[in-house]
Design a protein around this ligand. Structure first.
Ligand SMILES: *[C@@H]1O[C@H](CO)[C@@H](O)[C@H](O)[C@H]1NC(C)=O
Ligand SMILES: *[C@@H]1O[C@H](CO)[C@@H](O)[C@H](O)[C@H]1NC(C)=O
Ligand SMILES: *[C@@H]1O[C@H](CO)[C@@H](O)[C@H](O)[C@H]1NC(C)=O
Ligand SMILES: *[C@@H]1O[C@H](CO)[C@@H](O)[C@H](O)[C@H]1NC(C)=O
Length: 529
């Protein structure tokens, strides 16, 4: 339940909602009634501690790995899993900006104009390249052309960011050259070609439209937006009808030659996730052009509340979203899926529908439980549970292995993949929960998660993946630090404690910025003035 803590100013919503339009940009619009007197100092100290962790990881990357894609923090080595264009540097850009660390901002700004986006020997993922590289570039450009222009030493380099984004977009545009316009995801250069796959995934197809539309709007070349929107149109008008088991909830694989879905498997999990995320974020980006995307989000959200909700047998107080195969539910979820709470909250704020906020907060609670239940205080990569009302004779809904029976009895889930690979989604949803409610509790949860990550995964010159979140010391390290540590984990960990600013999510539902799925904030077109 959200408590009534914000000043009501718009009478038409006052009866429906506990919040409504506050004075735009008021610096203290999230100050909680009844805050502890030391909250201000406490939150500044926490924000500074996250900044310290970011600076530590950046310095390790800069010393041992830059301009390669990733740091291997245990061995002080490096790897290039994202085409060798400096993924960690581009992904760290908007975080260094919102943290306002001029030295790191300018190290990355000097580098970006030098990236050779015309060459790579490796396979290119259209999706990953879009959300990390295009996303990082467009966000840095928006911030440096806007509220953070004071941080750039070289204004020529700022203009070069957009030139680089356009070059990358032009290089990748051949992906959309298919019989339907649904893009191929796996690409090669020289000569331009694909891996020959006849299908693309829901998330990989449906998580391009924000970046490519922004690129089109900033450059004036509308083709970029048109390409991504054409691909998206098949997702928003799904065929055949059997691929949409409930209104708005669709399958996972789309045939790029016919435009038809090939299955009816799905949920808010990896492979589908950010398609749903972007439906509402496109509406935040431009309420005029993307009203029909919002309608699809509402259908998906309502169907999820009506059909996917599940409570574990040992902890019926918890709420998780199931996955589905047709109308059959599968009681399993993932760290990745924990963005769902935050996305429901964003939808509720923007649409002024308290039911989505309340539902989002129950999902946030479930994801918090996946963190607090483990030995490390960090949640696992994937988990299952037994649906509360399952008959003992139902073999399709298996219980935990004997080794996890006690754990399941207390936690309400059992672990099916014990890794933590520096993912952000749980902290991301804490961020939305805090921005919507102003409740310090969510800041405390995010802080506890950050402290657990900092004390368990921090090693060598940065942060490493953990093998087992429910073992002492996380069960040992995997010597890899993905770029989304910089883009997402440390950004949301910071922003939840940071002061209000234009790029923060607004509790009144009127946002000037929207975060792409890699947590890069873009300036929105917004609602008509
Ligand atoms: C500023 O950036 C431009 C574009 O990258 C570069 O050519 C120029 O040398 C930079 N100027 C300085 C003073 O570093
Ligand atoms: C706009 O972008 C498309 C896709 O890359 C490209 O084919 C076209 O030449 C561009 N148009 C202009 C005027 O730059
Ligand atoms: C759990 O299942 C029991 C038995 O079917 C039911 O009475 C109860 O309402 C369920 N609880 C929740 C929270 O769904
Ligand atoms: C994070 O870890 C470093 C290194 O162990 C430590 O110095 C720092 O105090 C930690 N930060 C927090 C907030 O615990």
């Amino acid at each position: 339940m959200v408590s009534f803590r914000f000043v009501l100013a718009a009478p038409c919503f006052a009866l429906l909602l506990p919040f409504t339009f506050a004075i735009p940009h008021s610096k203290d619009n999230l100050k909680r009634q009844g805050s502890r007197p030391d909250d201000h100092v406490l939150n500044r100290q926490r924000a500074d501690a996250v900044k310290e962790a970011f600076t530590y990881a950046w310095n390790g990357y800069y010393k041992y790995a830059f301009p390669n894609d990733e740091l291997n923090p245990v061995s002080n080595g490096f790897s290039n899993s994202r085409n060798g264009w400096g993924a960690s540097a581009v992904d760290a850009f908007s975080t260094a900006l919102v943290m306002q660390i001029p030295q790191i901002v300018n190290q990355i700004l000097d580098y970006i104009p030098t990236i050779n986006f015309d060459e790579t020997a490796d396979e290119i993922s259209l999706f990953e390249t879009t959300i990390r590289y295009l996303g990082g570039l467009l966000s840095g450009y928006d911030l440096l052309k806007g509220p953070l222009s004071n941080l750039a030493k070289n204004t020529t380099a700022v203009d070069a960011i957009l030139t680089q984004a356009q070059r990358l977009g032009n290089n990748l545009a051949f992906a959309f050259n298919t019989p339907t316009g649904i893009p191929s995801n796996n690409l090669y250069y020289n000569p331009d070609r694909t891996d020959g796959s006849t299908t693309n995934g829901l998330a990989t197809t449906g998580t391009l439209v924000l970046e490519w539309t922004r690129l089109g709007d900033l450059t004036g070349n509308k083709t970029f937006g048109d390409l991504a929107q054409k691909g998206e149109s098949y997702l928003n008008n799904p065929q055949p009808a059997t691929s949409e088991p409930w209104p708005g909830l669709v399958g996972m694989n789309i045939n790029i030659n016919t435009g038809l879905f090939e299955d009816a498997f799905g949920g808010w999990v990896g492979g589908a996730d950010s398609y749903y995320e972007y439906l509402i974020k496109m509406y935040v980006y431009d309420t005029t052009r993307f009203a029909s995307y919002k309608d699809r989000w509402i259908k998906a959200a309502d169907s999820s509340i009506a059909h996917l909700v599940s409570h574990p047998s040992t902890r019926p107080d918890l709420t998780f979203l199931s996955v589905y195969n047709g109308k059959k539910l599968i009681y399993e979820s993932q760290h990745l899926a924990c963005f769902d709470g935050g996305n429901f909250i964003l939808g509720g704020l923007v649409l002024k529908q308290q039911k989505y906020i309340d539902f989002g907060l129950t999902l946030v609670n479930g994801c918090e439980d996946t963190y607090t239940s483990t030995l490390t205080g960090i949640g696992p990569e994937s988990f299952r549970w037994v649906q509360n009302d399952t008959l003992p004779t139902d073999t399709s809904n298996p219980g935990p292995p004997a080794s996890q029976a006690d754990f399941y009895a207390k936690a309400g889930f059992y672990i099916t993949s014990s890794y933590y690979i520096l993912r952000p989604e749980v902290i991301e949803s804490f961020y939305y929960a805090f921005r919507a409610t102003g409740d310090q509790k969510y800041r405390d949860w995010a802080w506890n998660a950050f402290v657990a990550i900092n004390s368990t995964a921090r090693t060598g010159s940065g942060f490493a993946e953990l093998r087992d979140v429910n073992a002492p010391k996380g069960g040992g390290f995997v010597d890899f630090q993905d770029s989304f540590l910089f883009a997402e984990v440390l950004k949301y960990s910071y922003l939840i404690h940071a002061p209000d600013n234009v790029w923060q999510v607004e509790h009144n539902g009127v946002n000037e910025w929207v975060f792409n799925t890699e947590a890069h904030p873009f300036k929105v077109v917004g609602p008509p003035i």
